[in-house]
Design a protein around this ligand. Structure first.
Ligand SMILES: C[S@@+](CC[C@H](N)C(=O)[O-])C[C@H]1O[C@@H](n2cnc3c(N)ncnc32)[C@H](O)[C@@H]1O
Length: 323
C-alpha cells in the first residue's frame, strides 16, 4: 500500500466481479454486462468489451463523439508527462495555488459513501485530489487515456475501479455513484457534446448525490481586473511564458450565459474554483511578494464571495445536485 492509500477509507480488497458489473453498463446498448471470459465483458445481446490488467475498456463505441474522443485520447497519450509544456506551470507559486483551489472543494466530498466517480481522472496528479475519495469505499476512475488510468491505478491500487470510456456516454449504471468529481475535463469536450456530458454526470448520481465540475469561462470580467492589477504592479510570470504563446489545447469553453440558458433537469450552484486560470498564473504571477500578495487576495475573495467569484472569475466549480 502506498502513502496515498493509507489515508483513505479502509478498503484493501480489489472490487469483486459482482461489484464491478453492478456499476457498469454498455455505452452502446445500455444493457448490463456479465463476464464473458477472463479478458472480456459482454452484454446479453452479445456486445463484447475488453477487460485487461484491471481496466474495463469501452472505447471504440460507434458514437458520434468517437472521433473527437479519440483526438483527446491521442493528445493526452502524446503529452503523458504532467510537466508537458502548456499543461502545467511547474513553479511552486502556481502549484501551491492550484493545490489550495483543489483542497477548497473537498468539503463537497465529506459526506462519503460507497463510490466516488472521478470523471476524466487523468493520473490523479495532485495529492489534494486524492483526498476527495477519503470518505468513499472506492474511487471509480473513468478516462479516455489508458496511460492516465495506469497512472491512477499506480496511486490508488485496489481501492480503485478503472474504466476507459467517454464522458459524453458513460459506461456507468444510472444512479450508482454517491458523488462525482470532474476536474478540468468538460471544456475539452467538443462544444456541442458538453451538455450531454453534464447530463451524464447527473444521470449516474444516486438521489441525494452531488457532482462537482470544474469548468472554464472565456473572457471572465473579474479575471480581466486582476490582469490590470498585475500590470499596475509590473508583474511577470514564468520566464519561459510569452504573452503571444499559443495556449489553446482546448477551444470549447462555453460562456456562463450558455450554461445558465440550458434547460437543465437538475438544480445547481456556481462557486469559484479559481478567479484566474492557469495560463494567467503562468504569464502574470511573479514568484515574489507581489505574487504572494495577489494570491492572498484571490483566495480571500474566492472564500468570502464564492458565488460572485464563480460567475465572474475564469474557473468556476459547478455543483450539480440530484434531488
Ligand atoms: C486536464 S486533464 C485533468 C485530469 C484530472 N481530472 C485533474 O484534474 O488532474 C483532462 C483529462 O480528461 C480526459 N478526457 C478528456 N475528454 C474526455 C472524455 N470525453 N471522456 C473521458 N475522459 C476525457 C483526458 O484524457 C485527461 O486525462
Amino acid at each position: 500500500m502506498n502513502s496515498y492509500s493509507a489515508s483513505a477509507r479502509d478498503i484493501r480488497q480489489p472490487a469483486t466481479q459482482d461489484e464491478l458489473l453492478s456499476i457498469l453498463r454498455c455505452p452502446e446498448t445500455r444493457e448490463p454486462l456479465h463476464r464473458a471470459s477472463e479478458r472480456e465483458l459482454e452484454t446479453l445481446s452479445g456486445r463484447r468489451w475488453a477487460f485487461r490488467d484491471g481496466i474495463a475498456s469501452f472505447v471504440g463505441a460507434n458514437s458520434d463523439s468517437h472521433a473527437a474522443a479519440s483526438d483527446v485520447q491521442h493528445l493526452y497519450e502524446a503529452n503523458r508527462s504532467p510537466d508537458a509544456k502548456g499543461f502545467m506551470d511547474g513553479r511552486s507559486v502556481s502549484l501551491d495555488h492550484e493545490r489550495k483551489c483543489i483542497a477548497q472543494l473537498s468539503r463537497h466530498f465529506r459526506r462519503g459513501g460507497r463510490y466516488l466517480l472521478d470523471a476524466g481522472s487523468g493520473p490523479i496528479a495532485h495529492r489534494e485530489l486524492l483526498q476527495y475519495s477519503t470518505a468513499y469505499e472506492r474511487r471509480v476512475c473513468v478516462d479516455l487515456s489508458l496511460p492516465a488510468l495506469r497512472g491512477a491505478q499506480a496511486k490508488l491500487g485496489e481501492r480503485g475501479i478503472y474504466v476507459q470510456g467517454d464522458l459524453t456516454n458513460l459506461p456507468i449504471a444510472t444512479g450508482s455513484m454517491d458523488a462525482v468529481t470532474c476536474n478540468h475535463v468538460l471544456y475539452q469536450i467538443p462544444a456541442e457534446q458538453q451538455a450531454a456530458a453534464f447530463l451524464e454526470l447527473w444521470r449516474v448520481l444516486k438521489p441525494g448525490g452531488v457532482a462537482v465540475a470544474v469548468y472554464w469561462w472565456p473572457g471572465a470580467p473579474l479575471a480581466a481586473r486582476f490582469e490590470e492589477l498585475t500590470e499596475c504592479l509590473g508583474m511577470h510570470g514564468a520566464p519561459d511564458a510569452t504573452e503571444d504563446e499559443a495556449y489553446k489545447p482546448f477551444e470549447y469553453c462555453h460562456s456562463l450565459q450558455w450554461f445558465t440558458e440550458q434547460n437543465w433537469p437538475f438544480r445547481y450552484r456556481i462557486e469559484s474554483y479559481c478567479i484566474v486560470d492557469s495560463w494567467f498564473m503562468r504569464r502574470r504571477i511573479s514568484a515574489d511578494w507581489r505574487g504572494e500578495f495577489l494570491r492572498n487576495i484571490l483566495c480571500a475573495m474566492q472564500r468570502l464571495a464564492p458565488e460572485f467569484s464563480g460567475r465572474n472569475g475564469a474557473v468556476p466549480a459547478i455543483i450539480i445536485y440530484k434531488d
